[in-house]
Design a protein around this ligand. Sequence first.
Ligand SMILES: [Zn+2]
Ligand SMILES: [Zn+2]
Length: 139
Amino acid sequence: MQTTKAKPFRDLCSEHGITATHQRQVLYEVMQGMEGHPSPEEVYARVREQIPSISLATVYKNIHLFVESGVLREVSLHHGTVRVEMNEWAHHHLVCSKCKSISDIGEQELNLAPVRSTLNGFLVERYAVDVIGICPKCQ
Ligand SMILES: [Zn+2]
Ligand SMILES: [Zn+2]
């Protein structure tokens, strides 16, 4: 259910005001090939296959840059570590309080009230609900 993102990396970078380097491009392309909610460690393991000299610190730094500039979206602002959202469709998250795994759940499945454009004067951009519980594996 992933949408295709055909926009060239260079255009994406100039749109979001960051410099397109070769290293960032490789990092971005590797992440586009990953599904779900990769952690920097998982991304690092993959990127190293293409850039053996890259450090985990550099991967962290660039992922943060992608998130801060808006090139990529973070799953949730209040999880302990950064996890990047690679799924473009509207969804919420089931978060396991034991193993910290994150899985997606569709908006219809959660059956929430329809999205309102404002709440108490707050302009709503999107809903992202974390459902905290225990996953089937941990039960
Ligand atoms: Zn679990
Ligand atoms: Zn997700």
